[in-house]
Design a protein around this ligand. Structure first.
Ligand code: NAD
Length: 483
């Protein structure tokens, strides 16, 4: 399971051609379970990035003029190909990113659904004609594609973070350049190959891989043919890009970091809360922006929740994600593992207790970190203020539901909040006061291509998926006519 399928493209797609960097330079893609290289991919420089922009720009007008039905059908066909090749794509995700195969299969389904959803949205792009208040004129509005888009995606969902942007953009009539994370470029290349197979014209989707994300992205964003940036990644990098894009008044969508609270109220169904906690914490081995980062548990149910949750966490099997029966793979890199370990050490130093998780029991090869439960975590500790991005659950005891909500909102982030209570009216009241773009009310998993995904505060700008997702790629144009 450590060798790549020969179907995986390892060159870049620019203007319909599969090519390498002009310099001939490459960099390795590593398997985080073995630390061994899977293959080499092109290390594109600024000029290569601009060639991709040129290809997208050249294809732009024709794609914008292509019938929405035709655009939708390419997406629909790619959706079908992704489902047909689910096993191959899932294995590829596990090989380059590490997550367990079950998580990768779920990601392929989720990622493909964005293409199905936006194939349906492509034919529903509206416009409006209304009468002006003065009564003697009419106001007509068109929805037009924004033009060439640049996408930067992270390593944690290499398929879904790409399709969640490519789907609506292609449906809207935009052409795109995608730069996947250097850790996980292969899945995006594979999806681009399927789009080609589904009949996507040359230049509509271009994929470049690089180790020089900052330099290549700066060159692309400075190019006046580019009209939009959609970024998913850390708030730190997102802020840098916001400064850069302000120079050109670019349209931006930002899906950034989270510090997602998980509240267990005094009246919660504890078994349901534990089930939800496992999903919210352990999907993707905890490497999700949606991952529950801090558990605020009411003192009335604290002991029961901790006992049941710890039993589940300590029962998880850790190992290479593609091996049978493995539930938690390695984290994506040694750097990521060391950051998680540092956060846990600082929590222990501030008085937390580790009741599940022994890093010394992990394999010596690969970047493994064990599922970990920390109790007695001080509410103001570094771990409670930082996105962990790993399989670590800090549990904090609270005396009231209001205290939980206040602590939940004490953060610059605002992506998701989880609430468990048997009292639906209370749950809805707390949801309204939760300062997040999304709330999981008695649900530990809420991502759905048909729902608007996104954050408030420093977790982002704009929404992906849902009816809102395609709006990010359309401009409203007002045409005044003398009828
Ligand atoms: P990251 O910000 O380090 O990298 C994300 C992408 O940006 C990568 O492709 C990387 O190569 C690129 N990049 C890095 N520096 C850059 C620069 N100076 N200029 C241009 N591009 C640059 O994030 P990551 O570690 O890959 O991903 C984890 C982060 O992503 C977490 O904070 C997580 O919460 C966030 N995330 C958010 C969502 C969401 O929908 N809100 C979804 C997934 C991940």
């Amino acid at each position: 399971m450590t060798a790549l399928s020969p179907n995986v493209p390892t060159r870049n797609l620019i203007g319909g051609a599969w090519i390498g960097a002009a310099s001939g330079k490459t960099f390795p893609v590593l398997n985080p379970a073995t630390d061994q290289p899977l293959c080499e991919v092109p290390d594109m420089a600024e000029a290569d990035g601009l060639a991709a922009v040129e290809a997208a720009y050249t294809a732009g007008q024709q794609w914008a003029d292509t019938a929405p039905r035709v655009r939708g059908e390419v997406l629909r066909k790619t959706y079908e190909l992704m489902i047909e090749r689910r096993e191959e794509i899932a294995l590829l995700i596990t090989q380059e990113m590490g997550k367990a195969l079950a998580d990768s299969r779920a990601e392929v389904n989720y990622a493909a659904e964005f293409f199905r959803w936006f194939s349906e949205e492509a034919v529903r792009i509206g416009g409006e004609v209304r009468r002006a208040p003065a009564g003697d004129k009419w106001i007509m509005t068109n929805r037009v594609p924004v033009g060439v888009c640049y996408f930067i995606t992270p390593w944690n969902f290499p398929a879904a973070m790409a399709t969640r942007k490519i789907g609506p953009a292609v449906a809207a009539g935009c052409t795109v350049v995608v730069k996947p994370a250097a850790e996980t470029p292969l899945t995006t290349l594979y999806i681009a190959k399927l789009m080609e197979e589904a009949g996507l014209p040359a230049g509509v989707v271009n994929v470049i891989t690089t180790h020089s994300a900052s330099a290549v992205s700066s060159a692309i964003l400075a190019d006046e043919r580019v009209q939009k940036l959609s970024f998913t990644g850390s708030t730190f990098v997102g802020k840098k890009l916001l400064h850069q894009t302000a120079e050109r008044v670019l349209r931006v969508s930002m899906e950034l970091g989270g510090n997602d609270p998980f509240i267990v109220c005094s009246d919660a169904d504890v078994d349901a809360a534990v089930e939800g906690a496992m999903l919210a914490k352990m999907r993707n081995g905890g490497q999700a922006c949606t991952a529950a980062n801090r558990f605020y548990v009411h003192t009335d149910v604290y002991d029961e929740f901790v006992a049941k949750f710890s039993a589940r966490m300590s029962g998880l099997s850790v190992g290479p994600g593609y091996e049978d029966g493995i539930q938690v793979g390695p984290v994506v890199s040694h750097k990521q593992r060391d950051e998680i370990a540092g956060l846990v050490d600082s929590a222990l130093a501030s008085g937390a207790k580790r009741i599940v998780g022994d890093p010394a029991a992990m394999p010596s090869v690969g970047s493994f970190y064990p599922p970990t439960v920390l109790t007695d975590v001080p509410a103001d500790s570094v771990i409670a203020r930082t996105e962990i991005f790993g399989p670590v659950a800090p549990v904090i005891r609270v005396q009231t539901d209001d205290e939980a909500l206040t602590l939940a909102n004490t953060t610059e982030f605002g992506l998701i909040g989880y609430i468990y209570t048997r009292d639906l009216a209370k749950g809805l009241r707390l949801s309204r006061r939760m300062q997040t773009g999304m709330v999981g009310l008695n649900r530990g998993l809420l991502s759905d291509p048909a729902a608007p995904f996104g954050g408030v505060k420093e977790s982002g700008l704009g929404r992906e998926g849902g009816f809102e997702g395609i709006d990010e790629f359309l401009e409203t144009q007002y045409v005044a006519t003398d009828w």
